[in-house]
Design a protein around this ligand. Structure first.
Ligand code: TPP
Length: 1193
């Protein structure tokens, strides 16, 4: 049956059915004594009703094929449609007569009917024959249906939402002489069509519940009810929701007559709460008339609304509520929702000094944590108002992260126990991008908070800006439509309507675990703050506001009129609350100081008590644990799972296994050891960010994907130990701001978790700058609230262009709050821990897998929590030299703040001419170049792994160890970036400590620039060469000859290798010999087969086509070479990362007391050496006209 034919049949069937009904009605009406009630299949049967709702052809087609196979498998009413069977519809439509209403029909005009009784339908089918009057009746019913739908979908446009009357719904149009809100905007083309007889009875379609138990209503009543429901003080937007269950649920709640009415007691309670909300603001206004408090006046009903949500939700089982909000009405929330003692709040106005440390924050930003008995429900509830910065809306993701973390801790897998509520301003809700970004987390499996209740205090102005200048959308709430949230707009001067919305919102969130929005449309009685003059900018609005009665006045008058309370009762209620405030005021005046810590929103009970905060617990782990984790991490899923892996993953796992056998770890193993060992110790580990499961550079592969089954994955770290803590690794939405904020919030919920956010590239972290600045950098200082969140920011100049090179280390370092001019007490036996404890965050640029392992474990081994900002490597993830032997992870090992030179230079420090301090990836470049320049004895390389807090003690040791050496800071970043500006004054301070010191540290790196990196490979390479030349000078002819010999040897070998094409995965192992030995310092091929992402990272070296040493020119398979060489190398020439720590004896030998070097006087800092790239350099043949390389994505 074709679709067209089917559709026309459906239409015909529907018309016939309705015609049948109409005919019956007609007969009854003609008899003049019948009124109707039906329980007929036609009216009750959903099949037919769903026709009217637009049943899809696909559905009917399905029914048809069912019917074709077996006519009895579908309801017999379909027989007629599908095959004209004997079972007739009319047989099944007994119309029962009943009572009450008289059915009336509109007069039928012949012309209209005629037009509709064309000989054929549009599809060409013959028109069914029916009396013209029936067609009119059918059309009338259709129109009623359309009117109902119009109210449901557009009624909010005509709703009376605005107490100010600025948004005036068009009230001019009336259909029956009465003023109706719903005008043409809602009813559009249906407007004039049907209203000839307002008393005509209509059967209500199943898509509305306005009838309650009644199935028929006169048109007038239908319109009145729709008006009241959709165009009164509530405007409900829900037709954007695609789920029929949800829309039906909402309709049911709004439309059913009487379903939202408040009883007398409820009204009284509402009045009482409104008295508190208004009374609190009045009291503050009276006592502190010129103080900023960002009062709620004009939206006072927000407090009873939140309270209703709290009551309702706790009644349904919620035990913990997180509230995020800005300034407006915040003090009121603290007093009347959290029940923070009013005296404590008032004490913030008295200008008292704090007895604890920190910078504090303005009173309307402070966080609160209260556990209180909810008297309405008689249940305990924890209410947290999350501390927030001025930056509007940026608390949203932080709050969501906190809420999610608490859900995790409680094992609340669907948000039954924890509820997030976010309170927004109208201007900020639609203006701030973070709102949208946070909303998008709402349904992601690893970020969902199972529905957030959003409440907008919509005062119709943002500071001085009118909505028409601050948004292009009709409503400030339109952003919520992206998650199909129902949006309940409500007039703030109708308290009962607000409470109804609160109830529906709480119930909706409870039932569907989805976001819902209440938009309380009110006004702002004062200026933006109490000292602000609003008449400058909104004169007419404020003239109108001055004339308005307060919501409390209006509602008390209403209740007095209704007899719910008497005038005296009301006055008594008002003065009772006033008395409470006065008493709190008296109490607050006795307070002599405040404590920042009493405003903490994330108490960690039991974490600090009895703990020596300065104790740094060891971070090393046993070899057995390493083996267990290594074994599982390098193994495919157990065979019984029949898990089909990508063959590249097989190779990666095989390489991992080889490393485990060789007792050496690359970056991915180092990470896995850190995560796995913490999981073993019961520490929950969470890693989130864009593409973190695989890793942007394809090094991690924590989540393996079945190659032929959808959504079947395997995460080895979930299967390490039977009683391990849960591991959560999750690719995030493509947002930095919301996701980082979320993880920061998550990290604050408990100190017993390692929470990490990884940037795709460090460069993109600046789209989360607000979170970094206002929460991570300064959160503890402002709000006494700790976080151990880890930021992993891929960083390094790899020739990948301006936005794929820099995690902006300089910014993090600049925000570090240690004093560059103060040399700390390094003799303090707790120096290391104290330094960490006193800093606002830790900044590292780690260069070995062992150090990332210790660095991450240290995060949870400290007696306090600090954010860790680590600049992660990219090419080092596979660099054969960036490996650590197992001994660097064991119980005797620890985090290395610096890694000294342990090669020939470090062994004879007195012969060293240059001491180069560097950090991160450049170390491997310098290591190789030093080798090429044959300066391994005269140049010492020291890696500063922990930049902040600056390791003064170790740096001083190094300075003393190399008394004759010229001091150099080498970095690949531009001079105004990277670590230079941070380390320079600190080196000076360290040098100044020694009175006999005359040296200073000079800079070797790229010159200042506004752009973090060039996008041109040729320039990139030139810059690199210039840095190298400025440090090591030109290659000597001997150096060149030696290197050329090596290159030739490699080329010959490559040729030989490429003669018969190498079989994949079976490249011959690298030969041991001169070249092998010499290449120990070069940047070898990637360890694993390069993937698309890996291929994004070019070698730091020359463009491949001109560089015969590059892997591409060598023509060798990059996959196994590095591995084999590592394997072969074990036990041969020392690899730097395998021997990072000097033996205790060596350390003792080099200790300052053992050095006999003279100590020259300190001299003022020499001007830094001319920036490398600015000096004239002689080009080597290699440098000239290198071919451009593939640009990165
Ligand atoms: C991100 C950000 N931009 C600008 C401001 C300055 N500011 C403070 S309040 C405000 C108006 C906010 O209007 P709205 O969101 O409607 O809240 P209201 O103050 O009206 O309650 C502005 C622009 C800010 N705090 N944060």
């Amino acid at each position: 049956m074709n679709q067209c034919r089917l559709r026309s049949l459906v239409q015909m069937k529907r018309k016939l059915a309705l015609a049948q009904l109409a005919t019956d009605h007609h007969i009854l009406a003609q008899l003049g004594l019948r009124t109707l009630k039906t329980s007929s299949p036609l009216c009750g049967a959903h099949d037919l009703d769903s026709f009217a709702n637009g049943c899809s052809a696909a559905y009917i087609e399905r029914l048809y094929s069912k019917w074709k196979r077996n006519p009895k498998s579908v309801d017999e009413s379909w027989d007629e449609l599908f095959g004209g069977g004997e079972r007739s519809v009319s047989k099944r439509m007994p119309v029962q007569t009943s009572h009450s209403r008289k059915y009336r029909r509109a007069p039928v005009e012949r012309t209209v009917v005629k037009a509709r009784l064309g000989e054929r339908t549009a599809s060409g089918a013959p028109a069914p024959s029916a009396p013209p009057s029936d067609w009119k009746n059918i059309d009338d019913h259709h129109t009623i249906q359309a009117i109902i739908r119009a109210y449901q979908s557009r009624g909010h446009l005509a709703a009376d939402l605005d107490p100010l009357g600025i948004i005036i719904p068009d009230k001019g149009a009336s259909v029956d002489g009465s003023q109706r809100n719903a005008a043409r905007e809602v009813l559009r083309q249906h407007y004039s069509y049907i209203f000839g007889d307002l008393n005509a009875m209509f059967k209500l379609p199943s898509s509305t519940m306005i009838g309650g138990d009644e199935e028929f209503l006169p048109l007038r009543e239908i319109l009145d009810r729709l008006e009241r429901i959709y165009c009164g003080h509530i405007g409900v937007e829900y037709m954007q929701i695609t789920s029929l269950t949800k829309t039906t649920w909402i309709r049911d709640r709004f439309e059913k007559p009487g379903s939202l009415d408040l009883n007398k007691e409820e009204k009284k309670l509402l009045l009482e709460r409104l008295i508190r909300a208004t009374g609190f603001e009045n009291f503050l206004a009276k006592k502190f008339s010129s103080e900023k408090r960002f009062g709620l006046e004009g939206c006072d009903i927000m407090i009873p609304t939140i309270k209703e949500v709290v009551d309702r939700s706790t009644n349904m089982g919620v035990e913990s509520i997180y509230i995020g909000m800005a300034h407006r009405g915040r003090l009121n929330v603290l007093a009347n929702i959290c029940r923070k003692p009013i005296a404590d709040i008032l004490s913030q106005f008295h200008g008292l000094a704090a007895t604890d440390s920190g910078s504090g924050d303005v009173k309307y930003h402070l966080g609160v944590f209260q556990e209180r008995l909810n008297r309405q429900t008689n249940r305990m509830v924890r209410i947290t108002v999350v501390a927030n910065p001025s930056h509007l809306e940026h608390v949203n993701p932080v709050l969501l992260g906190k809420a999610r973390a608490e859900m995790f801790q409680r094992g609340d897998t669907c948000g039954n126990k924890v509820l997030p509520i976010i309170i927004h301003g109208d201007a900020s809700f639609c203006g701030q991008g973070v709102v949208y970004e946070s909303m998008h987390l709402s349904d992601l499996p690893n970020y969902s908070t199972y529905g957030t209740i959003h409440i907008v205090t919509n005062n119709q102005v943002g500071f001085t800006t009118d909505p028409r200048f601050s948004r292009s959308s009709r409503y400030c709430t339109d952003v919520a439509k992206v998650v199909s949230a129902p949006i309940l707009h409500v007039n703030a001067d109708d308290p009962e309507a607000c409470i109804k919305c609160a109830r529906i919102a709480a119930d909706y969130r409870h039932k569907f675990k989805k976001d819902v929005v209440i938009d309380i449309v009110g006004y702002r009685r004062n200026g933006h703050n109490e000292a602000d003059e609003p008449m400058f900018t909104q004169p007419l609005m404020y003239q109108r506001i001055r004339k308005l009665k307060t919501c409390l006045q209006l509602y008390s008058e209403k209740l007095i009129k209704e007899g719910v309370v008497s005038d005296n009762e009301f006055k008594a209620m008002v003065s009772q609350y006033d008395k409470i405030c006065e008493e709190a005021w008296t109490e607050s005046k006795t307070m002599k100081s405040i404590k920042y810590s009493s405003w903490i929103d994330s108490p960690w009970p039991g974490f600090f008590e009895g703990r020596d905060r300065l104790e740094l617990c060891p971070t090393g782990i046993s070899t057995d644990t390493l083996k267990t984790i290594g074994e599982i991490f390098s193994s495919p899923p157990p065979p019984e799972h029949k898990f089909e892996m990508h063959k590249g993953i097989h190779r990666i796992l095989a390489l991992r296994k080889q490393m485990v056998e060789d007792k050496v770890a690359d970056w991915s193993l180092g990470e896995a050891f850190a995560f796995g060992s913490l999981l073993k110790e019961g520490i929950h580990v969470r890693l989130s960010g864009q593409d973190v499961e695989r890793g942007t550079f394809s090094h991690r592969h924590h989540v393996l994907h079945h190659q032929t089954a959808d959504k079947v994955v395997y995460t080895a770290l979930d299967h390490l130990y039977p009683d391990q803590a849960p591991y959560s690794v999750s690719n995030s939405s493509l947002s930095e701001c919301a996701v980082l904020g979320f993880e920061h919030g998550y990290s604050m919920a408990s100190p017993h978790a390692l929470v990490m956010w990884e940037g795709q590239f460090g460069d993109f972290c600046n789209t989360a700058q607000c979170i970094i600045d206002t929460f991570i950098a300064s959160g503890e200082t402002k709000w006494v609230r700790q976080s151990g969140v880890v930021l992993l920011l891929p960083h390094g100049m790899e020739g990948m262009g301006p936005e794929h090179s820099s995690g902006r280390m300089e910014r993090f370092l600049q925000m570090s709050d240690d004093d560059p001019d103060v040399y700390p007490d390094t003799c303090d036996c707790d120096f290391v821990a104290r330094q960490l404890m006193n800093i606002n965050w830790i900044v590292t640029n780690l260069s070995t897998p062992a150090n990332i392992f210790h660095g991450l474990r240290r995060q949870v081994k400290m007696g306090f929590r600090k954010p860790l900002i680590n600049f992660s490597p990219k090419s080092l993830l596979r660099h054969p030299l960036a490996r650590s032997p197992f001994k660097d992870f064991n119980e005797c090992s620890c985090f290395q703040r610096i890694i000294p030179d342990n090669g020939p230079a470090g062994k004879k420090p007195e012969c060293v001419k240059k001491l180069i301090f560097c950090s991160g990836k450049i170390y491997y470049d310098l290591f190789k170049e030093r080798d090429d320049h044959e300066q391994v004895e005269s140049v010492a390389l020291v890696r500063v792994e922990q930049l902040c807090p600056f390791p003064y003690d170790l740096i001083s040791q190094q300075l003393e160890l190399y008394p004759k050496a010229e001091l150099i800071w080498a970095q690949e970043e531009h001079k105004n970036m990277g670590g230079w500006f941070y380390v320079q004054p600190r080196f000076d301070t360290a040098l100044l400590k020694n009175e006999s010191e005359t040296r200073c540290v000079s800079y070797h790196g790229r010159p200042p620039s506004s752009s973090p990196a060039t996008g041109n490979k040729v320039q990139h390479y030139k810059e690199y060469k210039a840095i190298i030349k400025s440090i090591f000078g030109e290659l000597t002819p001997e150096n060149k000859a030696r290197l050329e010999a090596i290159i030739k040897e490699q080329q010959d070998k490559a040729k030989a290798d490429s003669a018969p094409p190498a079989k994949s995965g079976s490249s011959p192992p690298a030969k041991k010999g001169t070249s092998d030995k010499k290449r120990s310092g070069s940047v070898p091929a990637p360890a694993a087969e390069p993937t698309a992402a890996a291929a994004e990272i070019p070698s730091m070296k020359e463009p491949p086509s001109k560089n015969p040493r590059s892997p591409a020119k060598r023509g060798t398979s990059p996959s196994y070479k590095g591995e084999t060489s590592i394997k072969k190398r074990s036990g041969s020439a020392p690899v730097p990362s395998t021997a990072p720590s000097p033996s205790p004896k060596a350390q003792a030998d080099r200790s300052p007391s053992n050095t006999t070097a003279s100590r020259p006087h300190f001299v003022k800092r020499k001007p830094a050496q001319e920036p490398a790239s600015k000096r004239k350099t002689q080009k080597t043949p290699e440098e000239e006209e290198p071919e451009p390389t593939t640009p990165q994505a």
